[in-house]
Design a protein around this ligand. Structure first.
Ligand SMILES: [Zn+2]
Length: 291
């Protein structure tokens, strides 16, 4: 997700202000993500009623169930609809009222130190692919911005009282998506670091090699390009295309070739570049533990 958080709010998503929040206690870092499910009326999707509940505007006459709950003062930071739309109600640096009486690893009042995410759903339906993808995206974004250490379900911090996100929430799949997203972000950062290092070494070229050079059938185009040219004109664009297409990143090992290729080089300091390439190899290889 190329989204950004400014003043506790995700830019460019729908913002609906809830009155149901207050300040977090001081010295309580945001360390926990709590996943919930909600649908209003229960098991019905797409209506305006969750937004109305979280903003104190639910009409008790519209549905018998609403009459039971319309006076509740509840909110969450985020609500992810079935189609993947994300709505934010409370800035992350404020305390939303989503967890109620709760305890995580001995610490009570999870609202103090958590971010609450409501998935539009119920305990008896699968969640949608779009929801998992968006949940993984915001999880990665939140982890970049806050010291989140754990992710849990409402039922885990309020057992006996709450059952959401329920047995249909696929924790394994969610974790896998988060790991993939985290890995992709790390690879993007690493590619940028390699680009900056090539620029720093004056090896980043303003214009590409001759078209014939791209026709090489050798690994690393080693008969037609310099190692750094291959990085700039073949490898980095190819990786970028895979990432843009959301294709799987293959495992690769560039470091042995570059270490060999740079052996004779005396006039430039390639150690940092080699280290960056080695780290990139490791990032691509580590995806095996994602499964
Ligand atoms: Zn809940």
């Amino acid at each position: 997700m190329s989204a950004k958080i400014v003043d506790g709010r995700i830019k460019n998503i729908k913002q609906v202000k809830s009155p149901y929040y207050n300040d977090r206690p001081i010295n309580q870092p945001i360390s926990l993500l709590v996943i919930h499910n909600i649908s209003l009326p229960p098991k019905q999707y797409g209506g305006p009623y969750v937004e109305q509940l979280f903003t104190g505007k639910l009409d008790p006459n519209e549905h018998p169930y609403f009459a039971e709950i319309y006076q509740l003062q509840v909110s969450s930071h985020l609500f992810i609809r079935r189609d993947g739309e994300i709505i934010q109600f409370v800035p992350f640096d404020k305390r939303a009222w989503h967890a109620g009486k709760s305890v995580f690893e001995g610490k009570e009042n999870c609202n103090d130190f958590s971010i609450g995410i409501e998935m539009e759903g119920c305990d008896s339906d699968d969640f949608t692919q779009a929801q998992y993808q968006q949940l993984a995206n915001v999880t990665t974004l939140l982890k970049q911005n806050y010291p989140i250490k754990n992710i849990t379900g409402h039922s885990d911090i309020a057992p006996g009282r709450k059952t959401d996100p329920g047995p249909h929430f696929n924790w394994h799949y969610y974790q896998k998506l988060v790991n993939q997203q985290t890995q992709i972000n790390a690879i993007i950062n690493q590619l940028n670091s390699i680009k900056y290092e090539l620029q720093h070494l004056n090896l980043w070229q303003p214009s590409p090699p001759a078209p014939e050079a791209f026709l090489s059938e050798q690994p690393f185009a080693l008969d037609t390009m310099q190692p750094h040219e291959w990085l700039q004109w073949i490898f980095i664009p190819r990786m970028q295309a895979l990432i843009d297409a959301k294709s799987e990143i293959p495992k690769f090992a560039l470091h042995p070739y570059f270490e060999e290729a740079f052996k004779e080089v005396q006039e430039i300091e390639v150690n940092k570049l080699l280290t960056l390439i080695k780290q990139l190899d490791e990032l691509a290889t580590n995806q095996s533990i994602v499964e």
